[in-house]
Design a protein around this ligand. Structure first.
Ligand code: AMP
Ligand code: GLY
Length: 427
């Protein structure tokens, strides 16, 4: 079958690398892609916002599966436009993507289905929000309802900060995403990401990971899209996974199906492991970036076959995903300035040398471009240096040995990716 992959980040490079290895993948196309993805797929200049153009391309190239990487086209309903034409899609339709696109929607669903999550209130006006704030202790969490590229969450430690955050959101600080606001109780604990594939009915676990959201070592500085990740997260034991499937993920998938809006694709549950047990922080309707890179580095199964089974309601009969018994770790190399305005155009070189000289290493490209035949930085997160190893220490050592071999003078990276897991092993 021919496959069309949409997106242009490190997540999509990892997906393209894995899809291209699939015996069931005949021809792989990617739009818009990046120079790394171009090694595995034919790039096509399609705009995911132009649904008619995507449908037309799929017909012309006899596409048997569309894989949608990022959240925006999902929230915009691209999967619906394709399914209406009978084209199998890995990714939820617009209504199901509300699990990511509207925090208030997800909180209401949790309340109705009895899914453990932080106590919350929704507010449509500043006055309503201020009245609600009085009913929460400190710290308190204030979130813009809609997509805000990971930036719409404020953890306020004083009443003044909380009021300022509410005022900012209703003043349009997060655009339309802040037209409605969710106020939440603060949950204390360790965060872990859990992924599950679903065809709308059957749920199949797809691994755990931990991200590093702050830009600086020791989890300091502003939030980013993620500066590194590893998988699996040993804190997420098989018992915890069973509990999260039974108490959080399966009830969500069941509720979505019952509402006539089945969720098809990968459900990414951001979890807080609290003293009272695992609780949902948020859902994403897609793979995490860079969490996807470490999942793909460990995946042994035919990805295209699994995605097609999910897209066509056949997951119950499919062979369950197999992961190698290894740890994968990825270090994000970012351009100076990130997560503010990143410096573009800096030369990036010796990627292949790093892969060849260090065992178990693969360098996925995120914000890269080609200029005059050379690779340059073209975004905030530029490279994801990904390594596998027998344990977290080996994976970490390999990833950093490879990162050191890469020439990227205008880039930087965190030196402590994996620290929680290393500390846990040290006991
Ligand atoms: P979200 O976009 O909802 O995942 O929020 C971004 C980050 O804010 C999460 O990864 C958590 O670190 C933090 N966060 C969100 N909600 C809460 C909460 N209720 N309690 C504690 N931390 C939270
Ligand atoms: N790395 C966090 C995310 O993809 O949302």
């Amino acid at each position: 079958m021919n496959i069309l992959l949409l997106g242009s980040g490190g997540r999509e490079h990892a997906l393209a690398w894995k899809l291209a290895q699939s015996p069931s993948c005949a021809k792989l196309f990617a739009a818009p892609g990046n120079p790394g993805i171009a090694k595995h797929a034919q790039l096509v200049p399609l705009d995911a916002a132009d649904h008619a153009a995507v449908v037309q391309f799929c017909r012309a190239e006899q596409i048997g599966l569309v894989v949608i990487g990022p959240e925006q086209p999902l929230v915009d309903g691209l999967a619906d436009s394709l399914r209406a034409e009978g084209i199998p899609v890995f990714g939820p339709g617009k209504d199901a993507a509300r699990l990511e696109g509207s925090k208030g929607f997800t909180k209401l669903l949790c309340a109705r289905a009895g899914i453990p999550t932080a106590r919350f209130a929704r507010a449509e006006t500043r006055a309503e929000a201020e009245a609600e704030l009085d009913l929460f202790g400190l710290p308190v969490v204030i979130k813009a309802d809609g997509l805000a590229a990971g930036k719409g969450v404020v953890i306020a430690t004083s009443a003044e900060d909380a009021e300022a955050a509410v005022a900012d959101m209703f003043a349009g600080g997060f655009g339309a995403a802040g037209a409605s606001v969710v106020i939440e109780e603060f949950m204390d604990g360790e965060e872990v990401s859990f992924f599950a594939l679903t065809d709308g009915k059957t749920v199949v676990p797809f691994g755990s990971a931990q991200d590093h959201k702050r830009v600086g070592d020791g989890d300091t500085g502003p939030n980013t899209g993620g500066m590194g990740a590893y998988s699996p997260a040993s804190i997420f034991t098989p018992d915890l996974q069973q509990r999260v499937l039974a108490e959080i993920v399966q009830p969500t998938v069941t509720a979505m199906a019952a509402a006539g809006t089945p969720f098809v694709g990968v459900l990414y549950a951001g979890l807080m492991l609290t003293e009272e047990g695992p609780k949902l922080v948020e859902y994403n309707a897609r793979f995490g970036d860079p969490e996807c890179q470490v999942l793909m580095a460990r995946l042994d199964s035919d990805l295209a076959e699994l995605m097609l089974a999910a897209a066509t309601g056949r997951l119950a009969g499919a062979a369950p995903p197999r992961f190698r018994d290894e740890v994968a770790l990825t270090v994000v190399m970012a351009a100076e300035g990130y997560p503010g305005t990143p410096r573009k155009g800096g030369a990036v070189a010796r990627l292949e040398a790093a892969e060849a000289e260090v065992e178990g290493v693969r360098v996925f490209q995120a914000g890269t471009a080609e200029a005059d035949g050379r690779l340059v930085a073209n975004g905030g997160r530029v490279l994801n240096v990904t390594a596998t190893g027998g344990d977290i220490g080996e994976a970490q050592a390999r990833a950093y040995a490879a990162a050191e071999r890469i020439d990227f003078d205008t880039g930087f990276y965190r030196r402590d990716i994996g620290w929680r897991e290393i500390a846990r092993r040290a006991g």
